[in-house]
Design a protein around this ligand. Structure first.
Ligand code: NAD
Length: 345
């Protein structure tokens, strides 16, 4: 029986993983703690660890896991910026779930945007207290506005389609523009200058870290709305706060935050929030924060569990060949993954 150490377990993970794991005959050991150098030993006796976005899988953790006999890291998410794939190469194979429901994230991005520009969050609180005043709730039409989509992969393209449905002009920036997407591509500077709304859908890499910083915000339109459902560190949060205080940024919709790892996914009510920057952002009337919730739909959870279990089985049953392996063999994971039809090492 394949033993799997399942880190950072939440109540919403268990039902779908228990169902698919049982069908596949996996021995799933659920731990609520996150994976890091102090908790790696919990994986003793397991061949596989299953991790999520805020587990730490750096070179130290990888060495420990390798020493314990772990041979597969199964990410139950798409993004893999928290895994040192280079350090894992030659020791532990890494698989992920490239797509589980891009609709869940794209629809959440639009939900945040609509909530913000139509002040739904304020109206909801008001009417609960029988305050039916409309003062301060004036929004603006999305129809006719320009939305800049940064990263036009699976999620970015679905978000672009939703925006077109609202009668918006969509422009896009991507390192690898997709010829068949129907999106009008621009360079990043043009996108920053021309967009009324900017939505981030590219991965976090060394190139994209803090791509939205003081300089980028300086190029944007006054009153721009920034939506980030991708990864927190795409935005320099200090610079964002400065832009909001200077009235340059009209609103920010954040499902992710650079320092979210020890904060998001937990009930911190009743505690003093130790992150001043996040507290100041949340206190702004034009900032909406959700705690990395964009993926959280029934459809996505089922697909995540099914694909993760299939990834693990194919590693053991199909000579280790798994379409969803993150291969570092040539040092270019994205391109490599698209061409490779063999095991990474
Ligand atoms: P994808 O791989 O299909 O698309 C990413 C796109 O970004 C690709 O077209 C790629 O060419 C482009 N890109 C790469 N580097 C770039 C750069 N430097 N500048 C501009 N574009 C660049 O990925 P996806 O499934 O659409 O997911 C996008 C991101 O959404 C993921 O990386 C992940 O971080 C995030 N995500 C968040 C949640 C959530 O719950 N908030 C859930 C799933 C995914």
């Amino acid at each position: 029986m394949i033993r799997v150490a399942f880190y950072d377990t939440k109540a919403y993970d268990r039902p779908s993983f228990e169902e698919y794991g049982k069908q596949a005959g996996l021995d799933l050991r659920f731990f609520e703690t996150k994976l890091n150098a102090d908790t790696a030993d919990l994986a003793k006796g397991c061949e596989v660890v299953c991790v999520f976005v805020n587990d730490t899988v750096d070179s130290e953790v990888i060495e420990k896991l390798y020493g314990l006999g772990v041979r597969l890291i199964a990410l139950r998410c798409a993004g893999y910026n928290n895994v040192d794939v280079r350090a894992a190469y030659g020791k532990i194979h890494v698989v992920h779930v490239p797509a589980y429901s891009p609709y869940s994230v794209a629809e959440h991005a639009m939900a945040l945007l609509l909530t913000s520009v139509r002040r739904i969050h304020k109206a909801y609180n008001r009417t609960r207290e029988f305050n039916f005043s409309l003062n301060g709730l004036t929004g603006f039409d999305l129809h006719g506005k320009t939305v800049g989509v940064v990263g036009t992969g699976k999620i970015g393209r679905i978000f672009a389609g939703i925006c077109r449905g609202f009668g918006m002009r969509v422009i896009g920036y991507d390192m690898f523009p997709a010829a068949d997407s129907g999106i009008e591509y621009t360079d990043l500077d043009t996108l920053l200058r021309e967009s009324d709304i900017i939505s981030l859908h590219c991965p976090l890499t060394e190139d994209t870290r803090h791509m939205i910083g003081a300089e980028a915000i300086g190029k944007m339109k006054k009153g721009v709305v920034i939506v980030n459902t991708s990864r927190g560190a795409l935005i320099d949060a200090e610079a964002l706060l400065d832009g909001i205080r200077a009235r340059k940024v009209g609103a920010a919709c954040l499902d992710v935050y650079e320092e979210e790892a020890d904060i998001f996914f937990e009930d911190r009510s009743g505690h003093i929030l130790n992150d001043e920057l996040l507290a100041r952002l949340i206190s702004m009337p034009n900032v909406i924060v959700t705690s990395h919730q964009a993926f959280l739909t029934e459809e996505a959870l089922g697909n995540i569990a099914e694909t993760t279990v299939r990834n693990i089985l194919s590693f053991y049953e199909d000579d280790g060949l798994c379409d969803n392996e993150l291969c570092y063999r040539c040092g270019h994971i994205e391109q490599c993954r698209k061409q490779r039809k063999e095991k990474c090492f």
